[in-house]
Design a protein around this ligand. Structure first.
Ligand SMILES: CC(C)(COP(=O)(O)OP(=O)(O)OC[C@H]1O[C@@H](n2cnc3c(N)ncnc32)[C@H](O)[C@@H]1OP(=O)(O)O)[C@@H](O)C(=O)NCCC(=O)NCCS
Length: 180
């Protein structure tokens, strides 16, 4: 399923993805700056595949996804995947595809909006994620919305000839900062 529009601060909002947004992703994910600590560096990067993904995600009852907009332009996407509605738990992820915009607080605001929605609208109990420990930007963006380290898996992420530790984070409604 796709999430609704959530207006945030500093020009950031979460909006329902369109097929055009999905088609932008094929160029985003192959940029070395974007794939430094994210995803496989190969795959079926065709428009047809994106059309199928768009349809499958829209129909799914176990994932929710948004495009991230910055000053009205789509710049990335985020969501909660593999939602178990009995345990009320899911795994979150985020990618800013426009690497020229890194460091402006876009991910921090997108994670804040997504996490707030997880507690107040989806009534989830927990959200967790796995982040390469060296990916400080992703860790920090999540920590500021209440994610805390629950574990560290040594040398489980492999990229560009090197093994990296993975940071396992989890967030609960009570860890969401009051002033967020
Ligand atoms: C990781 C990513 C989401 C961060 O997005 P962003 O919009 O640049 O993040 P923000 O500007 O909100 O920054 C969040 C925090 O991380 C810090 N940060 C951002 N990029 C950083 C970097 N490359 N190195 C160190 N710190 C960094 C910021 O200073 C900020 O910290 P602070 O609030 O304590 O000062 C973005 O770089 C990205 O999409 N990368 C590619 C995909 C990816 O790795 N996704 C996450 C997979 S788990």
């Amino acid at each position: 399923m796709f999430g609704p529009t959530l207006a945030g601060r500093n020009g950031v909002s979460l909006i329902p993805p369109t097929l055009e947004h999905y088609k932008l992703r094929t160029s985003w994910v192959v940029a070395p700056e974007v794939g430094r600590f994210w995803g496989p560096r190969f795959g079926e990067l065709t428009e047809e595949r994106q059309e199928k993904r768009f349809k499958d995600t829209a129909e799914s009852n176990t994932e929710i996804e948004w495009s991230i907009a910055y000053e009205g332009e789509p710049v990335g996407y985020t969501g909660i995947f593999g939602i178990d509605w009995v345990r009320r738990d899911g795994e979150s992820g985020i990618i800013i595809g426009r690497h020229d915009l890194y460091g402006r607080g876009i991910a921090s605001e997108a994670v804040r909006l997504r996490t707030d929605f997880a507690w107040k609208e989806l009534r989830l109990h927990r959200v967790h994620n796995w982040i390469a420990h060296a990916n400080r930007g992703s860790r920090r963006a999540n920590e500021k919305s209440g994610y805390k380290q629950m574990g560290l898996q040594p040398r489980t992420f492999f990229r560009s000839g090197e093994w990296y530790d993975e940071w396992l984070g989890e967030a609960f409604p009570h860890t969401f900062p009051e002033k967020a």
